[in-house]
Design a protein around this ligand. Sequence first.
Ligand code: HEM
Length: 203
Amino acid sequence: MIGGVWRWLMLAPAGIFVTYVAVRGISESYDNEGFPEALAVKLEALPVIFPVHMVTGGAALLLIPLVLYLRGTRWHRLVGRIAAVDIAIAGVTAIPVALVLPVTNMSAAGFAAQGLVWITLLACGIWSIRRRRLFAHRAAMLMMAAVTSGAVFFRVYLGLWKMVGVPRHFETFYALDAWIAWGLPLVATATWLHLHALRRHVS
Ligand code: HEM
């Protein structure tokens, strides 16, 4: 009981923050007056694709935790299908958003790689559950969720940089952020899944 309370106390701030990023992402699709120049030019070049990415990306942040929460219920399948369509749209639209007028080529490559890995893991998750491979499905979807968390970590690191970073190194920081924001959670999750699988194999 106490353990459950502590778990919720720790998860609640993360949940509130993720919801904030999601709602902000969706609202920025139409309320983007305060966009920095680097994003405003992208919006001008991609007036439909970029807002579609923001709405579907924001929705993905809400849908993915919901699908995970609904595991073991009949709703998991229905909400999972809605989330899969949403992620496919958010992932495909992320590629042109990444490549058009990028801040640096390295940041563009990082975002494009994130989008491709995101869609690939989604496809692996769908492929494995169609073949009733539950363990592979779970692993692919947890890694896909880890890549999604990159959208949140990206903004956390950006916020920290704005507080303590050196402005003239912004481009280097931005390129690094575009890779590590999703790369670190993905490596951590893959390692955890690997160790977990090894332990299951030994016991
Ligand atoms: C996981 C795969 C994702 C990829 C590859 C991706 C890619 C991108 C790229 C390349 C940009 C433009 C930034 C730039 O080039 O400097 C962008 C902006 C944006 N994305 Fe995503 N994105 C992803 C997921 C998400 C998610 C889950 C959200 C939910 C909030 C989201 C919401 C936004 C928003 C609101 C912007 C515009 C302004 C901002 O940076 O806040 N994206 N995304």
